[in-house]
Design a protein around this ligand. Structure first.
Ligand SMILES: NC(=O)c1ccc[n+]([C@@H]2O[C@H](COP(=O)([O-])OP(=O)(O)OC[C@H]3O[C@@H](n4cnc5c(N)ncnc54)[C@H](OP(=O)(O)O)[C@@H]3O)[C@@H](O)[C@H]2O)c1
Length: 216
């Protein structure tokens, strides 16, 4: 698959590593082009001249930036992503008097879909810390890659991408299920913050029902 990753931080680096290892063609961008260049040099990804150029070339576009950049990026890529899957990896969190908080009345993925009405937004990879996006195992167990989305074809392609990097793909339903997926990530992050965790914990649904059509 030809995949554009927007964002070359922890997640952009981790997914570029996994996608290249799985044999995909990866194009990466960042705010500061030097950052994308560094990731490209270490992973074998290519650098594009702009977010729009990367999105225009790709079959799948992955948003791996803070959600605060989403509106600006959506304006840049809106035309290029029409009809394409846009994978939202972002998480939702703010800090209040009692520590980390989450607004569950919507989700970043649904907010992104409103910003990109011609694209097919799919939620994936957000429940895994970047270290687990590179190595999708924990305590000897293979991890799940939870995927939510409203467009069947776009979701099927993203489930295939999830499986290609060694995750067990789990279709959790429509894009509105992103509220729960962002909640799972929030819980894991807030536990690690509260208890000085090693950021190695991960979600796996034991005995998850098969959500993929059985091979003929
Ligand atoms: N870290 C994790 O383990 C983890 C796991 C799952 C989900 N997430 C979510 O994934 C997202 C990224 O997290 P991260 O840890 O990778 O963040 P990060 O290390 O801070 O990296 C963010 C990247 O986004 C880039 N960026 C910001 N605005 C941009 C723009 N307008 N155009 C292109 N690139 C832009 C930054 O570029 P510059 O550096 O050049 O400014 C940087 O490369 C967040 O929403 C986070 O909630 C994180």
């Amino acid at each position: 698959m030809k995949i554009a990753i927007i964002g070359a931080g922890n997640v952009g680096t981790a997914l570029a590593t996994s996608f290249k290892r799985a044999g995909h063609d990866v194009i990466i961008t960042s705010h500061d082009p030097e950052d994308a260049g560094t990731v490209a040099a270490t992973t074998g990804a290519r650098v594009a001249t702009s977010n729009a150029a990367a999105a225009g070339e790709a079959e799948i576009v992955v948003l791996a930036t803070p959600f605060s950049s989403a509106a600006e990026i959506a304006r840049e890529i809106a035309t290029a992503v029409a009809g394409k899957p846009v994978v939202d990896v972002t998480n939702r969190m703010s800090f209040g008097a009692a520590g980390p908080e989450i607004d569950t009345s919507s989700s970043n993925a649904e907010d992104l879909a409103a910003l990109l009405p011609a694209a097919h937004v799919v939620k994936a990879f957000n429940t895994l810390f970047a270290s687990k996006q590179v190595d999708p195992t924990s305590a000897g167990a293979g991890l799940d890659g939870f995927v939510a989305g409203d467009d069947a074809a776009a979701k099927a392609l993203v489930l295939e991408l999830v499986a290609s990097i060694g995750l067990n793909p789990v279709d959790v339903g429509p894009l509105s299920r992103s509220r729960q997926l962002e909640g799972l990530a929030f819980l894991n992050i807030s536990l690690n913050v509260a208890h000085g965790g090693s950021w190695q914990s991960a979600w796996k649904l034991i005995g998850a029902p098969a959500t993929q059509p059985k091979a003929a």
